[in-house]
Design a protein around this ligand. Structure first.
Ligand code: FBP
Length: 251
């Protein structure tokens, strides 16, 4: 059986990953003067409430020090800019597994736009990365995002269950996926992922009450926790927001 480093990203079988690859995916428009600085994000990630932090290689290389920083690193391997808002997205790798290892990563992340007409290219690239990452002791997380004109709704229960199942079929240790909106339907998504753990995507900024409510629902449905960005570092007080979410997650 392949060894996985996913346990390094979990505490009591729950986890909260701080996502910060938005400068690549959306551009700096998601940031303000405080959150544009990766040093500030590392401070939030090191607050004790996060079990991992997600960076593209450039931020990791210039800001993350594996000797000093305690929060485990996940390197996001692929990405695309928002200039290509085409209906059939494609995202390809810009980093090697060896580079992720050298940067101090315990895991890699890779987006597959499930349903896109370019899906197969991402599946093929993911397969090679998965094999190499596992052979080098890294955990593998699939960002399983249904997109493209074949996808009617990216929060549909059966569509998300299919995307989660694809993560299991491709040997991801965890998937990062959207919430369906209710715990009963999300339970089917989690069940479909089998032994592949489920992290939920934070999404656009919403109220803290909404995030706390969703936290209790996703835990009830069997997810391990969040991979969350904007709802943390766009909040007025990111560390106390993280503390409140973490309290609910570990209840
Ligand atoms: P958020 O919690 O801010 O939604 O971050 C999760 C994430 O998956 C990021 O890793 C990524 O940059 C972004 O959302 C992609 O969002 P989208 O593809 O919807 O534009």
């Amino acid at each position: 059986m392949e060894k996985s480093n996913l346990d390094k990203l979990l505490k009591n079988q729950r986890g909260m990953l701080l996502a910060y690859d938005h400068g690549f995916e959306h551009g700096p428009s998601d940031f303000d003067e405080r959150s544009v600085d990766p040093e500030w994000i590392i401070k939030i990630a090191e607050s004790g409430y996060f079990t991992g932090v997600i960076f593209q290689k450039g931020i990791a290389s210039k800001y993350y020090d594996p000797e000093k920083n305690k929060v485990p690193l996940i390197i996001k391997m692929n990405g695309k800019t928002s200039f290509h808002k085409d209906e059939e997205p494609l995202s390809l790798s810009n980093c090697s597994v060896d580079e992720a290892v050298n940067l101090g990563a315990v895991a890699i992340g890779y987006t597959i736009y499930v349903g896109s007409e370019h899906e197969q290219k991402m599946i093929d690239e993911f397969a090679g990365i998965e094999e190499e990452a596992h052979s080098k002791g890294l955990a593998v997380i699939g960002w399983m995002y249904p997109r493209g004109k074949k996808i009617k709704s990216d929060t549909d229960k059966d569509t998300l269950a299919y995307a989660a199942r694809l993560g299991l079929e491709l040997n991801a240790d965890a998937v990062k996926i959207k919430y369906t909106g209710d715990p009963e339907s999300f339970r089917w998504v989690v069940d479909s992922a089998g032994k592949t753990k489920v992290f939920v995507v934070g999404g656009d900024k919403s109220s803290i009450e909404e995030i706390i409510k969703t936290t209790s629902e996703i835990v009830k449905a069997g997810a391990v926790g969040w991979a969350i960005g904007r709802n943390i570092w766009q909040s007025n007080d990111p560390i106390s927001t993280a503390k409140r979410i973490s309290k609910e997650l570990y209840k």
